[in-house]
Design a binder for this molecule. Sequence first.
Ligand code: FE2
Length: 312
Amino acid sequence: MPLASLPVLRHPTAYDMQRALLHAPQLAPRDYHHIKAAPLSGALGAEVTGVDLAGLGASALAEIADALSDHLVLVFPGQALAPAGQIAFARRLGPVKTWPYARPMPGYPELTELVSGPSDIHNFGGGWHTDSSTFPRPPAFTVLQCIEGPDAGGDTSFANQYLAWESLPEAVRGALAGLRLIHATSKGFGDHSRSTGSSHVTTTPVLVPAEHEGLESSHPVARTHPVTGRKALYVNAGFADRFDGWSPHQSQPLLDALAAHGGIPEFTCRVRWRPGTLVVWDNRCCLHYAHNDYAGQRRVMRRAVVEGEVPL
Ligand SMILES: [Fe+2]
């Protein structure tokens, strides 16, 4: 199918959806010995209990890795890790990278404290995206802990991008094979990508260093997960600027259609935060969306990111 004649994507038929879900291990958690994993929805996410992340043995860690492969998003309530403990846990998952677009937490360069104040209009991550996809090696995992939050509001939604890819009609998947997207820092942070002045998205100022202003990376539209071997749609509405070789104007209709497809409700789960809740997600196969529905209240999150591979 020539790309120019790609149909406007429709909501997947029940057949396409069932065919995609047949491959999902989501509803059949493995038989774990050290953790309990309770699925959050039919698409992705599991609440994990029975484990203390501050004192994690090797076999419990291996079970967490398996659960991450199967469920993509793991929610650990009641952990309340100290900064050093959160960094130590993140390091068990891979190399922890500093995030250069905001001031790190004092004394802990690996952590970014994302603070939303009562007078903030915008929030951090308030649209479907994956973290830092403009990097040549975007983060594999994000490890985010809630320190302080509203009684209601400020949830995060996640969307399974294996399902997004697998539920596309075969002809559309064929047409997209080999297509690449340019992910641009200037798209993601707009005016904030100019390092000449401090800008406020939230109470946490975003300031893109001069050497990152023009940062762009070309990544495949569908990437193959290095552990599961499954293909996932890798379209990031927050950072994807254009298809490689296309103008932004040419790119926008297909980009919009794919982005909308990635976030349909059947692919999602929703996480409610409490102080001490720690969530790990796999940026290589899911999108996330921070809900901006807690005006007038304060929300404090601590984030570490674990480096990933060059997307293939
Ligand atoms: Fe994010």
